[in-house]
Design a protein around this ligand. Structure first.
Ligand SMILES: [Zn+2]
Length: 309
């Protein structure tokens, strides 16, 4: 069996919105430290040869006008704020184009059978980026760009996106709400940024709002009793994961109570589902996760589960 790809690119370290901003390059440093410190890198297909996403690829998830505006307003120095928490630096576009490109590359590697599945350790994250706007640390919706590539270029007909970030993936919902080829399964803490998603908007959107303090047992019940039946109904040919780790109890960006073992269990269940029902085809992309030690350990658990080692 071919291996799990671990995909990253040095440009993803260049985007920094200031030393106090939680969405920092240190997140990737912590993740790589865990992967290499554990020796897991020797068992993974480590890839850094990530191409930039093309305009054509971005236009499948975002309007050309929005993408062109990002290129136009990209600053030559300093920060350019798009919302109070989201700012472009001179390096942001480079990082964002690699992050989106990583998802496309992972999709092609998995669909070609070169690797079994893939994890993209990239930033900026993507799931808050809507078709027409950046928000919540996100510029291009990486999972959405990759999903549309799998559908429109690679010829798949049905995909499921699982989003276990503690915040609602409003951008992913915004892009796919009218696209019945795509099913979105997600939980999130509510009320919490971006303060939406708690009212179901379409039959292909399966959102579950959890109150603060919810622990992993409720998430495991959700996966077993809601997500697996929904997957069986949609019969996706491939899974994408918006892998955010900010529902960890150590993460003070939110107030949920998941532990490393919960992320390991969720990841193993999804990998086993993909292996049994869609040829193992699974691409996971980093979203949130801001407690550095918890993020590093949880990603390690996630990737171990994807690689079954
Ligand atoms: Zn988040």
């Amino acid at each position: 069996m071919s291996r799990t790809a671990f995909i990253s690119h040095s440009d993803c370290w260049l985007h920094s919105m200031g030393s106090m901003h939680p969405e920092s390059p240190d997140r990737l440093t912590e993740i790589l430290d865990q992967i290499k410190g554990s020796g897991l890198d020797g068992l993974l297909d480590m890839r850094e040869d990530v191409p930039q996403a093309t305009l054509e690829q971005l236009y499948r998830a975002h309007s050309p006008a929005y993408v062109e505006e990002l290129f136009e307003i990209s600053p030559e120095q300093g920060l350019r704020h798009l919302d109070p928490d989201t700012a472009m630096t001179p390096h942001t576009l480079k990082a964002a184009l690699r992050a989106a490109g990583a998802g496309v590359m992972a999709t092609e590697l998995v669909l070609a059978g070169t690797v079994h599945n893939a994890f993209c350790a990239v930033r900026p994250p993507g799931h808050h980026a809507e078709r027409l706007r950046a928000m919540g640390f996100c510029f291009f919706n990486n999972v959405a760009v990759a999903t549309r590539h799998a559908l429109d270029v690679c010829g798949l007909e049905r995909i499921s996106i699982i989003d276990f970030d503690v915040h609602h993936g409003n951008g992913t919902e915004n892009i796919f709400v009218a696209d019945p080829r795509v099913q979105m399964l997600s939980f999130f803490q509510h009320p919490l940024y971006p303060y939406c998603g708690n009212k179901s908007t379409a039959p292909n959107m399966h959102n579950t709002a959890f109150p603060a303090g919810t622990r992993g047992d409720k998430v495991r019940e959700l996966l077993s009793h809601v997500w697996l039946p929904a997957l069986a109904e949609h019969q996706p040919q491939m899974l994408f994961i918006s892998a955010g780790f900010d529902a960890h109890y150590e993460d003070d960006m939110a107030s949920m109570g998941l532990v490393d073992a919960d992320f390991a269990w969720i990841s193993k269940e999804l990998r086993q589902w993909a292996d049994a029902h869609c040829g193992g085809r699974l691409v996971s992309m980093l979203e949130g996760g801001y407690s550095l030690p918890a993020l590093g350990r949880s990603v390690l658990a996630h990737v171990r589960a994807l690689a079954d080692i």
